[in-house]
Structure formats: C-alpha cells, structure tokens
Design a binder for this molecule. Structure first.
Ligand code: MG
Length: 491
C-alpha cells in the first residue's frame, strides 16, 4: 500500500444526522435514554471523548441478531448515495480505503461489505449467549481512531503526503496530524480553520483535494486573504504556458508542449525530427535537473534554444506549420481553464503568459481558436520574423528560454505601467525556474502555485520548498479557481 484514504467518523459516509450507534440506541434503549445521552454528549464532546460506555448500556440484554438486522437496515437507508461510486474511484486511484468510527462494528462490517472497503474499526459490545451485556469489549473513541490510523501509517511507512483523512466532526480532528485533513460538510468554523481543505457537497467534491498539496497552510490562507482584500484592481497573474496552462499528461501519455508537437509531428522533414530529438535528448535532462546551478542551466538552455531556432529556420519553418500545430488537437489545456480565463477576462485582470516556447506565435493563435484570447492576456515568448511568403527568417530578441525568465523584462509590454500598481500577484508554473518570472517585480503579496506532473518523486521536495501550493497528478485549476472566487464573495 502506498496511499491511504480514511473516512474518520460516521457522518462522512452516512447521510444522516445520527450515527448508527445513536440510531440503534434509540431503537433498543429504554425510553428517553438516547435523548438524555445526546444532550450530555453534545455538551461534553468538545472537551473530551464521552459517553461510549454509557450508550453501550442501552444494549443490555438485547438480542445480537436483532442488532445485526437493524444495522443492515440502517446502512441501507443512510449511506450517502455517491459512497459506492466514490470508494471505487478511490480504489482505482490506488488508495487503501479505511473507515474508522465510534459506531458499532456490526454497522461498520456491513459498510465494509457494501462498499468493498479494505479496513474498518469500531466499537465492539460484549456478547454472552447471543445477547449483549451492555459492556464494551473494545472501545473506539477519537483517540483510538487516531491510534488505528497511525498504526496503518507506520506499518506501511507512509508519509503525511500519502494519507488523506476526511472528517466532519470534532472527534475526527485529532487525526489531522498524521495526514492531509479534509473538513467535509462540518459546518463548523473551528474545524474548518485547522483543516488543510474544506469541502462541502457530495463525496466527489473531495476529489479535487487529492492532487493539491499545501505545505504551509496557515501561510497560504494568510496570503490568500491579503490578496482578496486588495481587490481585483490590485491584482495580476503571471503564468507559464506549456505544462502549466496545458495538461502535463493526456490519456496517460506526457502531453506535448507546442515545440514537442512540432518535433514529433509530420510538420517538417525527417532530418529535422532526427536533429531536434538529438537536441532534446542532449539538453532536456539539464532542463529538469534542479541540482545544477542556475548559471549552468542558463548556458545550456540558451545553447539549446539558439541551435534549435537556427535548425527550424534552416528547415523552412513557415506560418502554415504554426497554424497546423495550433490545430493538431494534441496540446490540451488544463481542466478548469475556461473558468480561470473567463474570470480574468470578466474582471479585466491582466494575465501575463511568459513562455520559453520554441514558437511563441502558436500561443495567442491557439487561445484565439479556443475562444479564450482576450485583451487582458499578454504573451511574452519567442516570436518569429516572417517574410512575405510566410517563411521564418529570424527570431525576435531577446530569446526566452526555460532558464532566463528572470531576465525577461515586462518593460516591452504596453501594460507595464498598469502592472506596477497591481502589486498582488498569482504565479503559476510547472518548473522550479518558473518562480523566477516574478524576480525584479516589487510585489506586496505573492501566491505561487506549482504544477508537478513530471518526475514527481525526485522534484517534490524542491517544489514544496519553492511554491506555496503544489498541484500534482495532472491536477486541475480548481484550487486557483476556488481562490479567485474569493474576490466575488468579498464584493
Ligand atoms: Mg512549462
């Protein structure tokens, strides 16, 4: 097992305002017991675990078979309608799925069977001759739940990043220290503020958290708040293009950058493909090696880009090829891009796309084709000079490559003056060097989001240290869109 997902507490999986334990206690306990117990429980639960042995007493002398039958009925009536589908989604994603709760094990066992869970842990009542005695044989309160999860984590040497814990109530909170904690429909602000993610709605809403990694949560919340408070008129966005606004992977295959599409497709002759690939094989390892010095990387990237431009011009790159690349359909935009670009357009927020693409001319063309180019979008990239026949004859200076985005100046843009007063910035990138896009800009608040799809294991630590938020596994722009929606809510 290398990923663990835990439903911690009944209300994560049951669409009921009562736990199964409460429900059964009402069915089998003497009159008024459940109501008294709940009153006391509600006043005590925020301080400490309370009431399990008390509620166990309501099962004294009750037939075990009857409880099993009622448990099955409760599960059938109360499971969230999307529970089955969501659990099979998690299993497909490779998660080991556990459910720990202070509910009765009879209920948990039934859920395990219905949903195909890997592990459950819950309270066990003592049985004698087919009847319950009203004593607990095994108690599972909030701390026992924490211990159980910790045990699984330890046995499988999982890191905090490999564990997702979903909870709706205060009793799930202690488990927050051993994984990413999702506050799910808790409607409780004191739980929400200490959670890594706050989700309301159906279980599939949790999906978007699975690929988002926030490492310094308090920091991120603080930055988000400051930027939102500053309003849209003090805000702009800087984004890389390939692998940031476009997907890292499409159908399990590495998604091509614009230049990779040109290199791999049938646009120029075979000799071009061969030589371009040889250049890629020689230089790309430097591009994704975060251990070499910036200077070393810069020199290599500059060498690569210039040699490649010369090659493209030698091979007769023409405007028609650029159009074809734009049309190819293989370069795919990241999920959530329409909402993202739509928000920026509607609020007239400048988006600076800074791309080291080998043919920057494709970017505005491509966005225009998708109906996503608008006047607030500015592209800084490598643009060709074309002759009257549409043949590439040169590249406009300065060359933008993946190692020199810090030297790329905004001064050339007409929007430059406007940007200077928009001192709150959202930066999106998919390489550690993309963080350099902000270098030299005198910002007040910066929120940086890194998309990490390639060589995740090797690069996660570096990304974590550099970006405020890291989105992995070809994740969507949901985190960014959620953040932007904060502007609307603050009007
Ligand atoms: Mg990129």
């Amino acid at each position: 097992m290398d990923k663990l997902f835990v439903f911690n507490g009944s209300s994560t999986l049951f669409d009921s305002d009562k736990s199964g334990l409460r429900h059964l206690s009402k069915v089998f306990g003497h009159e008024g017991f459940e109501a008294d117990h709940i009153k006391r429980y509600d006043s005590e639960k925020n301080k400490m675990p309370w009431g399990l042995s008390e509620i166990a007493k309501s099962f004294n002398d009750v037939d075990c078979n009857k409880v099993e039958i009622e448990s099955k009925k409760f599960v059938l009536d109360s499971l969230r309608e999307d529970a089955k589908e969501f659990v099979s989604f998690l299993k497909n994603e490779g998660f080991y799925v556990a459910f720990v709760s202070s509910d009765l094990i009879e209920i948990l066992d039934e859920v395990k069977e219905v949903l195909g869970l890997d592990f459950v842990s819950g309270n066990v009542l003592e049985r004698v001759d087919g009847k319950f005695t009203g004593e607990l044989e095994k108690k599972v309160d909030r701390y026992d739940r924490l211990d159980k999860i910790a045990e699984i984590v330890k046995e499988n040497s999982l890191g905090i990043d490999d564990v997702f814990i979903v909870g709706s109530s205060v009793t799930a909170v202690p488990s927050k220290k051993i994984g990413k904690f999702v506050s799910f429909n808790s409607n409780n602000i004191s739980i929400d503020v200490i959670s890594d993610f706050v989700v309301s709605g159906g279980l599939f809403e949790i999906k978007k958290c699975l690929s988002i990694h926030i490492y310094k949560f308090e920091n991120v919340e603080e930055i988000k708040k400051k930027i939102i408070l500053g309003g849209v008129s003090n805000f702009h966005v800087i984004a890389d293009f390939d692998g940031t606004l476009t997907k890292g992977f499409v159908g399990g295959e590495k998604s091509p950058s614009i230049i990779a599409e040109l290199r791999n497709g049938d646009y120029l002759d075979e000799d071009y493909q061969k030589r371009a690939h040889a250049l890629f094989d020689k230089y790309h390892p430097y591009e994704v090696d975060d251990s070499i010095t910036v200077l070393e990387k810069k020199a290599k990237m500059e060498e690569w880009w210039k040699t490649h431009f010369d090659l493209l011009i030698e091979k007769g790159l023409c405007l028609e090829d650029v159009k074809k690349v734009s049309h190819s359909g293989r370069v795919k935009l990241r999920e959530g891009i329409e909402e993202f670009l739509g928000f920026l357009r509607d609020n007239n927020i400048p988006l600076i796309i800074m791309s080291a693409s080998g043919i920057g001319d494709v970017i505005p063309m491509y966005l225009k084709e998708k109906g996503l180019m608008s006047k607030n979008v500015h592209v800084i990239s490598n643009f060709y000079e074309w002759d009257e026949e549409g043949l590439a004859i040169g590249v406009k200076e300065p060359v933008v490559h993946s190692g020199n985005k810090d030297e790329t100046t905004l001064e050339s843009l007409p929007i430059c003056e406007d940007l200077k007063i928009r001192k709150n910035v959202l930066l999106l990138g998919n390489g550690i060097n993309d963080l350099d896009m902000i270098k030299g800009f005198d910002y007040d608040n910066l929120l940086s989001v890194g998309f990490l799809d390639e060589k995740r294991e090797d690069r996660l630590e570096v990304f974590k240290a550099g970006y405020n938020v890291v989105v992995t596994d070809n994740g969507s722009l949901d985190f960014v869109n959620d953040f932007l929606s904060g502007f609307e809510n603050s009007y």
